[in-house]
Design a protein around this ligand. Structure first.
Ligand code: NAD
Length: 244
C-alpha cells in the first residue's frame, strides 16, 4: 500500500504504540489523524471514544478530508486486571464489560465504519487494493495470566474477528491484519507497580528487553508494504510466552 498522499486514522494515538505509529506513518508520507480520549501531540488530533459511533465518524471525517482514507490502525485499549474471585469477591462485571467495550467493540466499531468508506475508494494497482485495517490484540489472548480474564477475552475477540472480516472485505480489496504484541515499553506498562515491572522486564527470551513502540510501528509499515499479509494475527513478542 502506497502511503504517500493517503490518509490514515490511528486510534489510541495519544500514547505508547499508537503515538509511535502515528509518527512513523506521517514520516512515511501519510496524512495522519490521531484519535484518543486524551489530547495528543499530533497536528491532526481528534478527542473521542472508539466505542462511540459519533466520535469515530467525526475522526473518519477528519481523516477523509486529508486524502483517500486507506489505512486505519486500532491501538486504543485498556488493560484492567482483576481475579475471577478476588479479595472482595467475584470479578466486577462492569469492569469485564468495559474491557470488552473499549478493546473489542471499539475495534470493531472503527473497522466497520472505516471499511464502509474504504469500499467507495478507487482501487489501487496492481492488486485492486482499497484499504487496510490493522488491529492490536495481545499475546495475552493466547497466554493470558491470572487476573487477565477480561483483557484476554477482549483481545481474543479481536483475533477472532480478523479472518471473517478479511474474508468478507476481500471482494472490496480491503485487508484486515492483527498484531499481537508481547511486552512493550509504554505508559500501559509503566503504570504497573515497580516489582511487577521488574518481573516483566526479565521475561522476553531474545531480545531480552521490552519492545520499543517504534518496533511496533515498524511492523505496521511492514504490513502496509506486503499485500499478502491478510486475515492473520502476527505475534511480535521476542519468543515470549507469558507464564501463569
Ligand atoms: N504495552 C504493551 O506491552 C502491550 C502489549 C500487548 C498489547 N498492547 C495493546 O496495544 C495497544 C496500545 O497500548 P499501549 O501500551 O500503547 O497503551 P497506552 O495506555 O500507552 O495507550 C493507549 C491509548 O488508548 C487510549 N484509549 C483508551 N481507551 C480509549 C477509548 N475508549 N477511545 C479512544 N482512546 C482510548 C488511551 O487514552 C491511551 O492514550 C492497546 O490495545 C494494548 O492493549 C500493549
Amino acid at each position: 500500500m502506497e502511503l504517500t498522499g493517503a490518509a490514515a486514522l490511528v486510534t489510541g494515538a495519544g500514547s505508547g504504540l499508537g503515538a509511535a505509529t502515528a509518527r512513523a506513518l506521517a514520516q512515511a508520507g501519510a496524512q495522519v489523524v490521531g484519535m484518543d480520549l486524551n489530547a495528543t501531540g499530533l497536528d491532526h488530533a481528534i478527542l473521542g471514544d472508539v466505542a462511540s459511533e459519533t466520535d469515530v465518524t467525526a475522526a473518519l471525517d477528519a481523516a477523509s478530508a486529508l486524502g483517500p482514507l486507506r489505512l486505519v490502525v486500532n491501538c486504543a485499549g485498556i488493560a484492567p486486571a482483576a481475579r475471577v474471585v478476588g479479595r472482595n469477591g467475584a470479578h466486577d462485571l462492569a469492569l469485564f464489560e468495559r474491557a470488552l467495550r473499549v478493546n473489542l467493540l471499539g475495534t470493531f466499531n472503527v473497522l466497520r465504519l472505516a471499511a464502509a468508506r474504504m469500499q467507495a475508494l478507487d482501487a489501487t494497482q496492481p492488486d485492486g487494493e482499497r484499504g487496510l485495517v490493522v488491529n492490536t490484540a495481545s499475546i495475552a489472548a493466547e497466554d493470558g495470566q491470572v487476573g487477565q480474564c477480561a483483557y484476554a477475552a477482549s483481545k481474543a475477540g479481536v483475533i477472532g474477528l480478523t479472518l471473517p472480516a478479511a474474508r468478507e472485505l476481500a471482494r472490496s480489496g480491503i485487508r484486515v491484519v492483527t498484531i499481537a504484541p508481547g511486552l512493550f515499553e509504554t505508559p500501559m506498562l509503566s503504570g504497573l507497580p515497580e516489582a511487577a515491572q521488574a518481573a516483566i522486564r526479565a521475561l522476553p527470551p531474545f531480545p531480552a528487553r521490552l519492545g520499543r513502540p517504534e518496533e511496533f510501528a515498524a511492523m505496521v509499515l511492514a504490513i502496509c508494504a506486503n499485500p499478502l499479509l491478510n486475515g492473520t494475527t502476527l505475534r511480535l513478542d521476542s519468543a515470549l510466552r507469558l507464564p501463569p
